[in-house]
Design a binder for this molecule. Structure first.
Ligand code: ZN
Length: 220
C-alpha cells in the first residue's frame, strides 16, 4: 500500500489523496507533441490508486501500445487550499519530489482524436510512480529547481521549474479555484520535452537539483 515517505523512508503524517496534474506547462514539451500552448493551465486528475513508490520495480500496462515517461516535479500539499492565493499556496507545500506521469500515448492519441477524456491513458493503476519527499526548506528556490531523467544511462529529459509557463504559486492558486487541495494531495507540475517510450527492464535515474538521486527499474 502506497504511503508518502521522507528521504529516510519514514512515513509522513499525511493521508494519500488525489494527484492534480497540469499538461503543456513547459512550452518545449507542448511543441514536441504538436500541441498548442494553452492560455491557462490544462488540468487533469489521477486518483490515489495511481500512486506507487518509485523504489519498487514499475509494472507497466501490457497490450495497450506505447507507454511514455514524463518526469515532473511533484509537490506534497500539507494544508487545505480552497480558492487560495499564491502566497497561501506556497506555504502549504510540505514536500518536494519527482514523479513520472506515465501515459499510454497511443490510447491518449485515440481519445484526443475522439474528443474523449484522457483518464484511461493517464489515470490507470500505477500511473504515478513517485519518489520520497524532500523538505522544501532544504531547497533554495522552488522556482529554479533542476531535474532530469536518465534511461539506461542516456539523458532523456532535463528541465528547470523556472521555465514553467506559470510560477508554482500561481499554478497551485489556479488549481485551488477548481479543486480544493487537501492535506496529502499531490500536485504534478508538468513535463519538459524529451518524453519517450519506456520498456520492460529499463533502468531509470532521476535527479532533483543535481542531488537526491532516485533509481527505478521497469519490471519484465
Ligand atoms: Zn504530465
Amino acid at each position: 500500500m502506497y504511503q508518502h515517505r521522507d528521504l529516510q523512508g519514514q512515513p509522513l503524517p499525511y493521508g494519500v489523496g488525489k494527484v492534480v496534474c497540469v499538461g503543456r506547462s513547459y512550452a518545449d514539451h507542448a511543441a514536441e507533441l504538436n500541441n498548442p500552448i494553452p492560455s491557462e493551465p490544462l488540468l487533469f486528475i489521477k486518483p490515489a490508486s495511481s500512486l506507487v513508490g518509485l523504489t519498487a520495480p514499475l509494472v507497466l500496462p501490457k497490450g495497450q501500445g506505447a507507454i511514455h515517461h514524463e518526469v515532473e516535479v511533484a509537490l506534497l500539499i500539507g494544508r487545505r487550499l480552497c480558492q487560495a492565493d499564491a502566497a497561501q499556496a506556497m506555504s502549504a507545500i510540505v514536500g518536494v519530489g519527482l514523479a513520472l506521469d506515465l501515459t499510454l500515448r497511443d490510447v491518449q492519441d485515440t481519445l484526443k482524436k475522439q474528443g474523449h477524456p484522457w483518464e484511461r491513458a493517464k489515470a490507470f493503476d500505477g500511473s504515478c510512480p513517485i519518489s520520497p519527499f524532500v523538505d522544501p526548506d532544504t531547497l533554495m528556490d522552488l522556482g529554479a529547481l533542476d531535474f532530469s531523467l536518465m534511461v539506461n544511462g542516456q539523458l532523456r529529459q532535463t528541465g528547470n521549474t523556472r521555465d514553467l509557463m506559470w510560477p508554482i504559486g500561481d499554478l497551485l492558486a489556479f488549481m485551488s479555484q477548481c479543486f480544493t487541495l487537501e492535506p496529502g494531495d499531490i500536485v504534478l507540475t508538468g513535463t519538459p520535452k524529451g518524453v519517450a517510450e519506456l520498456r520492460a527492464q529499463d533502468s531509470l535515474e532521476l535527479q532533483l537539483n543535481g542531488q537526491l538521486p532516485f533509481s527505478a527499474t521497469v519490471s519484465e
